[in-house]
Ligand binder design. Structure first.
Ligand code: SAH
Length: 342
């Protein structure tokens, strides 16, 4: 922003090095880092810092802070959906959800998306830009600050393809888990990808404790390529091989997302084919009745087809759940609100 330094994208070490260039001692880094991750929106809130240092900081650096442009609260459950405006006017969506194990926040990683999945609202209009690490953190901090709720889990399942913004996402994960900040264990984090195989292998090398979710949505190339263009680059077999390698290298279970679209991917034959392909894998299958999107003609599979599909998978010994729909009354599936605001 105006050539100023983005403080919230730095870790304590980097803050320390930056402060030294300003002639300030590096021990201040820990204090400032704590303030930033407590969600302060101005330097004046850093009351243990001298006025002079705060003045230098505000000249040289900025604290990113999204504006809430819309906020929708579900009457059905405790889901809250935010539309945040970033410094350059781009908007992203963030959803706060209540589960038995605690509050979870679903964040966006890009403004728009270039993956082109046929059933998804986020990709209509393409990719505008990738988010900075600070802008991903901000969604959590702003949602906590506004709601007064404490977030125990984070899912990267909002707008955008996290692995298409690889470096910033990895830096964000590092900041999220830093002591002195939100200090979140990555076991409490899920990252969802449409299946960028080369990046899955890069992520694998980091051996992070997060849960990798893979948006599979079809058991074979014919169906998957017709709804997900990414499949024309990396087909189902290549993707599943990457998933098996990932599981072997990290010891972590993969979660497969399967949006059920009426008449497209929800037949018993599809269930059978899927089960055969996933058999023996350390995985979990999440069935999600597809959310209808105004601009698309797809319909969600009726409950009885979802149940039939679930039973077939379970019959093969797979762990499978039907995802509970939260915030159905507030367009809580990502991309819809941003799209409506354009
Ligand atoms: N780009 C990443 C993460 C963002 S989308 C990915 O593809 O995984 C989060 C999840 O919502 C993905 O599984 C995506 O396929 C799914 N999704 C998108 N539109 C949907 C819709 N209309 N109904 C149900 N799920 C949808």
């Amino acid at each position: 922003m105006d050539g100023k330094h983005d403080l919230k994208s730095m870790d304590i070490k980097e803050l320390g090095a930056f402060f030294q260039t300003l002639g300030a001692p590096s021990y201040k880094a820990k204090q400032v880092f704590a303030w930033l991750h407590r969600g302060v929106v101005s330097f004046d809130e850093m009351t243990d810092q001298s006025k002079a240092f705060r003045a230098i900081l505000s000249e040289q650096a900025y604290i990113s802070c999204p504006k809430i442009v819309r906020k929708l609260e579900s009457k059905l459950d405790d889901t809250v959906k935010y539309l945040f405006e970033l410094a350059d006017g781009e908007c992203v969506e963030t959803v706060l959800m209540r589960y038995a194990y605690g509050d979870s926040v679903c964040i966006s990683t890009q403004a728009g998306c270039r993956m082109g999945c046929g059933f998804c609202a986020s990709t209509i209009g393409g990719l505008h830009r990738s988010l900075l690490p600070s802008e991903m953190l901000d969604q959590i901090l702003a949602a906590m600050r506004d709601s007064g709720r404490k977030v125990s889990h984070v899912v990267l399942m909002g707008i955008g393809e996290p692995l298409d913004n690889y470096d910033n996402v990895v830096r964000f994960l590092h900041l999220l888990s830093c002591k002195g900040g939100l200090n979140m264990g990555l076991r409490h984090v899920s990252l969802s990808t449409c299946g960028l195989v080369d990046r899955i292998y890069r992520l694998m090398e980091l051996k992070l404790q997060l849960t990798l979710s893979v948006s599979l949505h079809a058991p074979n190339d014919t169906i998957r390529s017709s709804i997900m263009p990414v499949n024309r680059k990396w087909g189902v077999e290549t993707l599943l091989t990457a998933c098996r390698d990932y599981i072997n290298a990290t010891g972590r279970r993969i979660s497969f997302e399967y949006a059920m679209i009426d008449g497209v991917n929800d037949t018993p034959a599809c269930a059978q084919e899927l089960a055969e392909r996933l058999r023996g894998m350390l995985c979990h299958v999440n069935l999600i009745p597809a959310n209808p999107v105004k601009e698309r003609s797809y319909q969600k599979s009726p409950a009885e087809k979802v149940e039939r599909f679930r039973r077939i998978l379970a019959g093969f010994g797979l762990t499978v759940t039907v995802r509970r729909t939260l915030g159905a009354d507030i367009q809580a599936s990502c991309g819809q609100l941003r799209q409506a605001a354009r």
